[in-house]
Design a protein around this ligand. Sequence first.
Ligand code: ZN
Length: 242
Amino acid sequence: MKYAVIADIHANLAALEAVLTDVEKDSAIAEIWCLGDIVGYGPDPHRCIEIIEKRCSACIAGNHDWAAIDKIDSSSFNPDAAVAIEWTSRQLKTGDIHFLESLPMTLEKKSFTLAHGSPHDPIWEYILSPQDAEKSLGFFKTPNCFIGHSHSPAWFECTRSCSRHGFLQDTSIKLGKRRHLINPGSVGQPRDGIPDAAYAIYDSDAETVTLRRIPYDIAETQQRMQDAGLPEWLIGRLAEGR
Ligand code: ZN
């Protein structure tokens, strides 16, 4: 069985649609799991929530999802992110708010725990270094964990200590005796210098996780952000993948 794992969609409808079109090409993909931050930054929060709610069998909360409905304090957001979150709040319909409200902080699926930030602090904490990954090992019971939040594809292989590896397009991680924390990158706002949408495919029979990169119509998203009056810096960074 295969599972598509998507994270950090950030209301980028063109990127989400491009990823879902790619998912549909592989008929062995049975489910889609979402690691949170459906909204924030981007121009289509309502449509993205609608699609995620319909298409994903599992979804957890990200910091932007809960900031948009005032469930958490967004005072630590940078000024552009704060402007975007206020704009996002105004676009949400009642059903969207209920859906975001209902998202759990973590879930267990097959051999993976799903956490937006880290298993230790699922909403806020970044896992960037091997030390960050080591700190989280005691906070999840499954062998492996999918994380998002940093918008950079990466994976950590752990025994007592962890090592960090970049996660490149169409490469696969072989799961096994060691524990893994895997970040599939961001669908809607990649920050690893590659502007293409990123997501991962977990094959539970082969015990592999493969990274996919999908080009999408960046100019279309940028135009919709212009029309919505969203901050220039957020519009420009999509083309840079930064
Ligand atoms: Zn995010």
